[in-house]
Ligand binder design. Structure first.
Ligand SMILES: NC(=O)C1=CN([C@@H]2O[C@H](COP(=O)(O)OP(=O)(O)OC[C@H]3O[C@@H](n4cnc5c(N)ncnc54)[C@H](OP(=O)(O)O)[C@@H]3O)[C@@H](O)[C@H]2O)C=CC1
Ligand SMILES: O=C1O[C@H](COP(=O)(O)O)[C@@H](O)[C@H](O)[C@H]1O
Length: 485
C-alpha cells in the first residue's frame, strides 16, 4: 500500500527545521518507503519546485554533513505541494482530489501531520472529516499526527479530544511529544525492562527520591509572544517532563505495544497525589529569569514563570513516600535533560569515614541529552588511605560506545506514524491526566499568588530559594552540566 504524508503548516518553522530533515534522513537511511509521497499544505502559493527549492536549502542547513545532493534529488521526487487554507472547505475537497490523483487511485495509507498553529488543530480535523478524508469507519488507512500543545488546560484538551473523536477513532490519532522519540528515553524502557538487576531495586525500599531536570541554556528568544501565554508548566512540564515521569515510574507493561505501554503510563499520572492550594504553596517553586520582562513581546508586568520545580507524590505500592522532583527552566547554566535516581543510604554504616549524607549515596543518572548516556555513582576505597572513600562512577556513553550521531527524535516518530505504531505517542486519557495535574498548580499560582514568583539570574540553576527548598527537605539537586565527549 503506498504512503502519503500530508504536512499542514508546510511553510512553517517546524516543517523546515525538523520534519523535512527527518524525512530526508529516513530516505538517506533507506527507511522511507520508496512509494511514500510527502505533500505540503499551507496558504503560501508555492509551486512544487519552489517548495522543494526552499526545503533543499533548509535541509542542507539542518542536516549538515549528512546532506548528500544525490540523495536529496531522489528524495525531492517524492515531495509535492498543494496550496490551501485550513479555513476553506473547498481547499480540502481540492486536496482530496489532488491526493487521489497523486496516489493513482490506489488505497494509500495516509498520515496527516498538523504542524500549524494550535488554534487550527480542531478546525483542520473537522475539515478533513467533512471532506471525507478521515475514513474513521475503516476500509482505508488514515492517521492524524497532532503537534503540541494539545490544549492549554484540561477543559480545552477535552474539547479538542471531542472534536478529534468526532472524525477520527482514537487508534488513528497520534499526539506527538518529541521527548518520547529521543533515543535515551526509549533506552529507559530497555534499561528498566530488558535488564534483571534494576527492577528489584526500582521502588520505595531502595530509592529515596527521583529528580527529573530539563534545563535549557537558551532564553525565550524570539518566541516570547507564544511563551508568555504558556510559561514553563504548559511549555515543558505538562508534556515532556510528565512523559519522563511516566516512563521512569510505570509498571512493566504486559507487551511492548501501544495500548499496554500507554495503559501503564497513564496509571502513573492517575496515581499522582492531588494537591490542595496549601500543598501547592509548599511543594512548588516558580521563578522568572532576570531580563525576561525586557524580551520583545513580553508585557511589562508579566508573571509568567520561566522556571518551576514541583514535588509530586505517587500513591501506589511501588512509590509511596518517594518524592519525584520535576524541574525545568530557560536561561539556565547549560542544556541538560537528566533523570536522577537517588538511592537511599546504607541502613548501617560500618566505616566511620563512610557516606554521611544522601548526596554520597548511590545514584543512577540517565543523561537524556546532550551527553546521552547512563552513569552509576558508587563509593570506592581510596588506595593507601585507610578506609577513606570516594564516590566514583560507571559510565556508559552512547557516543563512546556506539559512535555515530544520535538521530533526531522526529525521525523515529515520523517513521512510527508512517508504520502505524502509536507506542511513543500520547493517548487522549494521558494528555487529559497530565492537564489534571498541571491545572490546579497553574490555577493556584494565578488565584493566590502563592508561592511567590521568584527571580533568578540567567546562567545558573534557577533561584537560590529552590536550592534552599531542597536543602530544607535534606536533599540536594544534582546540578551538573554533562561532559560532552
Ligand atoms: N517550531 C518548533 O520548534 C516547534 C513547534 N511545535 C508546534 O508545531 C506547530 C507549528 O509550529 P511552527 O512551525 O513553529 O509554526 P509556524 O508559525 O512557523 O508555521 C505555521 C504554519 O501554519 C500555516 N498556516 C497558518 N495559517 C494557516 C491557514 N489558515 N491555513 C493553512 N495553513 C496555515 C503557515 O503557512 P502559511 O502562512 O503559508 O499559510 C505555516 O506553514 C505549532 O503548533 C507549535 O506549537 C512544537 C514543538 C517545536
Ligand atoms: O517543546 C519544546 O521543547 C523545546 C526543547 O526541546 P529539546 O528537544 O531541545 O530539548 C523547548 O525549547 C521549547 O520551548 C518547547 O516548546
Amino acid at each position: 500500500m503506498p504512503h502519503t504524508i500530508v504536512i499542514f503548516g508546510a511553510s512553517g518553522d517546524l516543517t523546515s527545521r525538523k520534519l523535512i530533515p527527518a524525512l530526508y534522513n529516513l530516505k538517506r537511511k533507506k527507511r522511507l518507503p520508496e512509494d511514500a509521497r510527502i505533500v505540503g499544505f499551507s496558504r503560501t502559493a508555492f509551486s512544487h519546485d519552489e517548495w522543494r527549492k526552499d526545503l533543499r536549502a533548509t535541509t542542507q542547513e539542518f542536516a549538515g554533513d549528512k546532506f548528500k545532493p544525490e540523495v536529496w534529488d531522489e528524495f525531492a521526487k517524492q515531495v509535492f505541494y498543494h496550496a490551501g487554507d485550513i479555513g476553506d472547505q473547498a481547499d480540502f475537497v481540492a486536496l482530496g482530489k489532488f491526493l487521489g490523483e497523486l496516489e493513482g487511485g490506489q488505497n494509500a495509507s495516509r498520515v496527516y501531520y498538523l504542524s500549524t498553529a494550535p488554534r487550527f488543530y480542531g478546525q483542520a480535523v473537522e475539515q478533513l472529516g467533512k471532506a471525507g478524508l478521515a475514513c474513521e469507519d475503516g476500509g482505508c488507512d488514515r492517521r492524524v499526527v497532532i503537534e503540541k500543545p494539545f490544549g492549554i488546560d484540561l477543559a480545552s484538551a477535552k474539547a479538542l479530544n471531542n472534536t478529534v473523536h468526532a472524525h477520527f477513532k482514537e487508534h488513528q490519532v497520534y499526539r506527538i511529544d518529541h521527548y518520547l522519540g529521543k533515543e535515551t528515553v526509549q533506552n529507559l524502557f530497555v534499561l528498566r525492562f530488558a535488564n534483571a538487576i534494576f527492577e528489584p531495586i526500582w521502588n520505595r525500599q531502595y530509592i529515596d527520591h527521583v529528580q527529573i531536570t530539563v534545563a535549557e541554556e537558551v532564553n525565550v528568544g524570539s518566541r516570547a509572544g507564544y511563551y508568555d501565554s504558556a510559561g514553563v508548566v504548559r511549555d515543558m512540564i505538562q508534556n515532556h517532563l510528565l512523559q519522563l515521569l511516566m516512563v521512569t515510574a510505570m509498571e512493566p507493561p504486559a507487551r511492548y505495544a501501544a495500548d499496554p505501554v500507554r495503559d501503564e503510563k497513564v496509571k502513573v499520572l492517575l496515581a499522582v497525589r492531588p494537591k490542595t492550594p496549601k500543598d501547592i504553596a509548599r511543594d512548588t517553586v516558580r521563578a522568572q529569569y532576570d531580563g525576561y520582562l525586557k524580551a520583545e513581546g513580553v508585557p511589562e508586568n508579566s508573571k509568567t514563570a520561566t522556571f518551576a520545580a514541583i514535588k509530586l507524590g505517587i500513591d501506589n505500592w511501588r512509590w509511596q513516600g518517594v518524592p519525584f522532583y520535576l524541574r525545568s527552566g530557560k536561561a539556565m547554566s547549560c542544556r541538560t535533560t537528566q533523570i536522577v535516581i537517588q538511592f537511599r543510604q546504607p541502613p548501617h554504616m560500618l566505616f566511620k569515614e563512610g557516606p554521611k549524607t544522601i548526596r554520597d549515596a548511590n545514584r543512577l543518572i540517565i543523561q537524556v541529552q546532550p551527553a546521552e548516556g547512563i552513569q552509576m555513582h558508587f563509593q570506592t576505597k581510596v588506595p593507601d588511605a585507610g578506609m577513606t572513600m570516594r564516590q566514583t562512577d560507571l559510565d556508559f556513553n552512547y557516543q563512546k560506545n556506539f559512535g555515530g550521531s544520535i538521530p533526531e527524535a522526529y525521525e523515529r516518530l515520523l517513521l512510527d506514524a508512517i508504520e502505524g505504531d502509536a507506542s511513543l505517542f500520547a493517548r487522549a486519557d494521558e494528555v487529559e491526566a497530565a492537564w489534571g495535574i498541571c491545572d490546579p498548580i497553574l490555577n493556584t499560582w494565578a488565584a493566590t499568588d502563592q508561592p511567590k514568583l521568584l527571580t533568578y539570574e540567567p546562567g545558573g540553576w534557577g533561584p537560590v530559594e529552590c536550592t534552599e527548598w531542597m536543602a530544607a527537605q535534606r536533599r540536594e539537586w544534582f546540578d551538573a552540566c554533562p561532559v560532552l565527549h
